[in-house]
Design a protein around this ligand. Structure first.
Ligand code: NAD
Length: 304
């Protein structure tokens, strides 16, 4: 089975270099028409240049593909709307959105400023919200959409010095969890990528031999899979150096405590039971937690 994107239009944000560039080139090589978006600033989000996006478009065209460059700042909704309009004017549809653009402002929580925190959230979370919102109704009307949000192990598990980045990277998982529910009947599927790659973001952090294993080309197949016709839905796919894994949020079975034990001391007394992984599972919607706990309480209280 070959996964191709003939006739499909894709937007890849932050595609002037690194992972986004690799995603854009691979999509185009498999038939997609691609909007190569990039603001072209520094790693910490300063400045702008359209050079990188135009370079990637030239590479795609040289290989026989179709692409257009766009310099929108994903954190600015007006610019994002104009980008989506540009794609619609050019090709009349948008099938695939890969939210990839990102910056870093790494500092310990003590040393980091509120301004840095807001900027990182603005680019990663609001950038993803802006691009997704601007494409959403188009995908609904088409009854087809494949969206990827780019998360990070930093958001899923934490990383020293990355409270701003980690918060934003976990927030896009929250966004995905609700969008899969709202998009299901319109054939819109939303998934998350948690990559690890050797790019300017990770330059100098790893020994060269490890950096060399973590090429963007070893991650891009995960994105291609997540935006295919038969893509999964609501999957957090981790990828790096040619390895692929799925990350899940699990909840333990839950323990109902009688009224006189619904106290912090009661929780302490039953702690081993509460954290027991036996019976833990992934819930598919928030109300499942409520239903589970209502069920436990009804059972405990003998209510039919
Ligand atoms: P990169 O710095 O090489 O590429 C990011 C691109 O996004 C840059 O070209 C930059 O100009 C662009 N960009 C930044 N702000 C933008 C904005 N406001 N609007 C439009 N474009 C903007 O980094 P990368 O490593 O390729 O990262 C790509 C994505 O993967 C990011 O979301 C990053 O957080 C995520 N990620 C990367 C790693 C890794 O190991 N490299 C790990 C986890 C997550």
């Amino acid at each position: 089975m070959t996964i191709r994107y003939d006739g499909k239009v894709a937007i890849v944000t932050g595609a002037g270099q690194g992972l986004g560039r690799c995603h854009a080139i691979a999509l185009a090589a498999r038939g997609a028409k691609v909007v190569v978006n990039d603001l072209g600033g520094s790693k910490d989000g300063v400045g702008a240049s359209s050079e990188a996006a135009r370079g990637v478009v030239a590479e795609i065209k040289a290989a026989g593909g179709e692409a257009i460059a766009n310099g929108a700042n994903v954190a600015n909704y007006d610019e994002v709307e104009a980008m989506v309009q540009q794609a619609m004017d050019e090709w009349g549809r948008i099938d695939i959105l890969i939210n990839n653009a990102g910056i870093l402002r790494d500092k310990s929580f003590t040393k980091g400023s509120i301004e840095d925190f807001k900027l990182v959230v603005d680019v990663h979370l609001m950038g993803t919200v802006n691009c997704t919102k601007a494409c959403w109704d188009i995908m609904r009307d088409q009854a087809y959409g494949r969206i990827v949000v780019t998360s990070s192990s930093s958001g899923l598990y934490g990383n020293f010095g990355q409270s701003n980045y980690g918060a934003a990277k976990m927030a896009v998982i929250g966004l995905m969890n609700t969008l899969v529910q709202e998009g299901a009947k319109y054939n819109i599927r939303v998934n998350a990528l948690a990559p690890t790659a050797g790019t300017r973001m990770t330059e100098g952090l790893l020994p060269q031999a490890a950096f060399d294993l973590l090429t963007p080309e070893t991650v891009t197949p995960a994105v291609l899979f997540l935006v295919g016709e038969d893509a999964p839905n609501r999957t957090i796919l981790a990828a790096g150096a040619g390895s692929f894994a799925v990350s899940r949020i699990l909840e333990t079975e839950s323990v109902w405590l009688p009224l006189d034990e619904q106290t912090p001391e009661g929780i302490a007394a039953h702690w081993e039971q509460i954290i027991d992984p036996d019976g833990e599972r992934e819930l598919t919607a928030g109300f499942e937690q409520s239903m589970k706990m209502i069920g436990k309480a009804a059972e405990g209280l003998g209510i039919k």
